[in-house]
Each structure stands twice: as C-alpha cells, then as structure tokens.
Design a protein around this ligand. Structure first.
Ligand code: FAD
Length: 465
C-alpha cells in the first residue's frame, strides 16, 4: 500500500471503498477471479476496526477487534490461508463478578458457564433458553422476513428483558449481555435486531446461541491471534500491493451509463462497479449522483454505531494469574465493566484489557486522557488489587471519536428500523454494491461477518460484471 498521489485518475473493473476486512477480502476474491480492483482507504492504515494499539516499545495490543471462536469459519480459514497463527485466550482460574460493591470469584467450567452466580441466575438461564429458542429457525441475515418481525421490531431488548425477568440481578445480567457485546444500553436496540444477532452467532449447520456470543471457552472469545489480529489486514493489503490507496477518503460516487466514477481526495477511479465496504452510518456521508433510492438513504440515517473505548494496562507479569484469576471480569460499576487478559502467548508482559462501553464511555466524553487512565486503573484495582495501580504502560483506544469508524464495535438497528429499511442494507443500487460486517448473515458485527460479507459481495459483483 502507498499513499495516493495528488489528483490521480485511475481505472479498474471495480472500485472498493474501505480497506477494512470486508473491502480487503472482496478485493482479494475479485483479483483471484481476474478482476482488476482499486481499494480506496480514508485512513493512513488498513484494517479499520481491526487495529494494533502501539504500546510504546514497538509492540502492540489489540485496540479493536481481537477474539474469534467456534463457527467463525471464514475468519479462521482466512487466517490459516495467510499463515496467521492462533492461541487460546487465557482462561485458567476464576472470573471476578463485581456487583453491589461485592467481589465474588467464580469458576466458569460449571453448569452456568460464563454466567456469574447471582440470585437471578435461574431467571436469567430461563430467559437465555427462551432467547435461544426464538433464535432457532430464524431467517439469519433477513430478520425483516420473520413472521413476527413487526412486533419484535417494535420492542427494545430492554423492554423484552423487563417483561421476562423480575429480579434486579437477572435484569442487570440481561442488560450486561447487550452492554458487553454491543457497547450500548439495551434500551437502544431492537429486539428483532438482537434475535438476529443471537441467531447469527453460528454457521450454516449450527444455530446461534447466547452462550456462543458471551462465552470464552466454546464462544466468541475463545481464541486470539499470535502477533495480534491486525496481522490479517496487513497481510491482505501486502498481497494487494498498490491496488490499495491510503489517505484516500471517498467523497462522491457518480453513476452514468458507462459505470461509476468514485472520487476520493487525490484520486478519481473510473470503474464498472463500486463496492462500498464501510459501516452504513459512514456510507451515508458519501455524496451520490444521482441520489440513492430513498430507502437506502434513510437506512443510513438510522443505523448508529455503539460507544466504546478499549484500554490496556501493561505490567511486568500477569500477577492476577498467580492469584488464580483468569483476568476476566463482569461488573455493575464502571467505567471498566468487562476485562480480559490480553497478554501475549508467552505471558510476558502481563496485559489487562478493559472495555469502557455505552453510558460509561459517554460519561467520559469530555474527560482528558489522564482522567480516563485514572478511572480505568481504579476499576482494575477494584477487581485485581493494588498491584493493578502502577502499570509500566497504559493506552486507550477510543472509537467514537474515530472519524472513519464513528464508534464501535458495530452499527446496529434501533427499534422500528429493520422492518421497513433492513433489506436496503445489502440490496445493490445499480452498479453500487454494499459490504461490511453490518451486511453479513452469520456473525454480523464480528470479523467473521466482515469476511463473509467480502466473500458474498465479490461473488455478487463477479456475477454482475
Ligand atoms: C473495540 C472493538 C472491539 C471489537 N472486538 C471484536 C472481537 O473481539 N472479535 C470480532 O470478531 N470483532 C470485534 N469487533 C468488530 C470488528 O472490528 C468488526 O466487525 C470488523 O472489523 C468490521 O470490518 P469491516 O471491514 O466491515 O468494517 P471496518 O473495519 O470499519 O472497515 C471500513 C473501512 O472503511 C474506511 N472508510 C470509511 N469511510 C470511508 C470513506 N468514505 N472512504 C474511504 N474509506 C472509508 C475505514 O477507515 C475502514 O478502514 C470489535 C470492534 C471494536 C471497535
């Protein structure tokens, strides 16, 4: 990849907007079919929501997407193809559950799995069973086709959860399910969207379940990449060479009889087809001539990104392991309310990672970096003791101020959006095709969904050319 030169005119069969996993995979697949492509990337790096956060000593820790798990077959196959090795997420010992000011340690290899022991767990387990049953035989990737789509889409997940649980702890844990996976309060997301999200946490032969979303062992947090997840986009881009142009934010897509003209800062690409592989909210910022169909324009006004910051604290050793802890926390107090052990495979240095999500992220909106650091370390001390107070390095990656992401981890549908606008997520508009994890069937919201969407769009465009 090289920076785009000033006002270059270029030609290709397909112009691809965005060098995240979806855009890069689409490019790789199209090139393999003998199709010429140019990938236009706004940032000065590839990977989008996959990013290695520098730790100040030449090494990095994931500041964005990190984990993969069972049934995420497409990202696993891609990593294997690229020679990016994996290792199990550290998961030996007990998890910490912090609730109402009390710290409880619990093993995750029992009947409850990752669910912490609390008064409401029976109720929670019942609600999870109901959710799994509703997610079975679900039209994955096409929630608007569900027989009760309208009713389900009129509800928020919180609305459903409050009618299906009564104890404060079950309600807290159901809310935490959304907070931990989507980085938003559960009142903001459509029940229909969440059922699709649960149903999509599987593959063509294995139905999705809540457990596969939230578990470490057997779930979406099971596995990590040696040298970090960013190795995947970096290797994809290296193989594409100067087909990838950095620092080239796309501003405008014009369609005429001959095809498309995609105008970015410094470069205009004339192509037969365009693939837009960015989250819907960001796609909505690109000008179109002629205007896109109303349903597509209105969809992009209704698909917000979550609010998330990831923090990492580096220590000489992973001291929590000596205390018999996995490094994993679920808490009702912020700003860090979910943590993982982010140490490299060797275990040195020790790295604690924490999520600051939803209202906690919004609460720190105007906070200077020192305050974010102080409050995050206070959270770590609460869960892991005084040794957590003095890391050798601390770094934070905030996503809601990233102009080319707009938040994270994923764009989602608030109530009432999917039934009328959902099908505009993927439906091509003339020669313009849509990709990105938000358009995926299985594992929408995840790296696996991004890869699947890139593969699907390459197929779609390949057929249309
Ligand atoms: C904090 C965090 C944690 C996460 N954890 C996980 C995890 O553990 N496991 C997992 O599987 N997933 C995780 N995810 C989700 C995962 O990162 C995404 O699902 C996936 O990376 C999305 O890929 P994408 O290609 O669809 O979109 P993106 O990665 O967003 O790529 C879009 C690209 O388009 C570029 N772009 C945007 N607008 C324009 C424009 N106008 N012109 C040119 N370029 C443009 C952007 O710069 C970006 O490079 C996490 C995300 C975050 C933020």
């Amino acid at each position: 990849a090289r920076p785009a030169a000033a006002t270059t005119a270029a030609q290709a069969d397909v112009a691809i907007v965005g060098a995240g996993l979806a855009g890069l995979v689409a490019a790789r697949r199209l090139v393999a079919r003998g199709v010429s492509v140019i990938v236009l990337e706004a940032r000065d790096r590839v990977g989008g929501r996959v990013y290695g956060l520098p730790l100040g000593n030449g090494s990095t820790s994931e500041g964005g997407a990190e984990f993969i798990g069972p049934t995420q077959d497409r990202i696993a196959a891609l990593a294997a193809e690229l020679g990016v090795r994996t290792f199990p997420t550290y998961n030996t010992g007990k998890n910490v559950y912090w609730r109402n000011g009390r710290r409880t340690l619990y093993a995750t290899d029992g009947f409850l799995g990752a669910v912490p022991p609390d008064i409401g767990v029976v109720e929670l387990k019942l609600a999870m069973t109901r959710l799994n049953a509703m997610a079975r035989d679900f039209p994955v990737g096409e929630p608007w086709r569900h027989a009760q789509a309208r009713e389900l889409d009129a509800d928020s997940f919180e609305g459903w959860a409050h009618r299906n649980s009564f104890t404060p702890s079950a309600r807290f844990l159901l809310g935490a399910l959304i907070h931990a996976t989507m980085s938003i309060p559960s009142r903001e997301v459509s029940m229909l969207y969440m059922l699709n999200y649960i149903a999509s946490a599987g593959n063509e032969s294995t139905p999705g379940t809540v457990e596969r979303l939230i578990d470490t062992k057997g779930g979406a947090q099971e596995t990590r990449f040696v040298d970090g997840s960013q190795e995947i986009p970096i290797r994809l881009a290296a193989a594409l060479g100067d087909r990838v142009r950095l620092n080239a934010p796309v501003r405008r897509i014009a369609v005429d009889g001959a095809g498309v003209q995609v105008t970015a800062d410094g470069i205009t690409v004339t192509a037969r087809r365009a693939v837009v592989a960015v989250p819907p909210a960001l796609a909505g910022r690109i000008d179109h001539s002629p205007a896109l169909p109303a349903r597509r324009m209105q969809l992009t006004q209704r698909y917000p990104m979550g609010s998330v910051t990831k923090v990492v604290a580096v220590y000489p050793t992973p001291f929590w392991r000596e205390d018999g802890l996995t490094g994993q926390v679920l808490s009702d107090s912020g700003p860090v309310d979910v943590t993982f052990d982010n140490s490299p495979p060797s275990g040195t240095p020790g790295i604690l990672m924490g999520f600051i999500s939803g209202s906690y992220a919004r609460g720190l909106d105007a906070a200077p970096p020192e305050r974010v650091r102080a409050e995050a370390l206070e959270s770590f001390v609460r869960y892991f003791g005084a040794r957590a107070a003095a890391p050798t390095h601390f770094a934070a990656q905030r996503w809601d101020t990233e102009v080319w992401s707009g938040g994270g981890p994923v764009g989602y549908a608030p109530p009432g959006v999917l039934t009328d606008f959902g099908s505009a997520l993927r439906e091509p508009c003339g020669p313009i095709h849509w990709a990105g994890t938000e358009t995926a069937g299985h594992w929408t919201g995840y790296m696996d969904g991004a890869v699947r969407s890139g593969e699907r769009v390459a197929e779609e465009v390949g057929r249309a050319l």
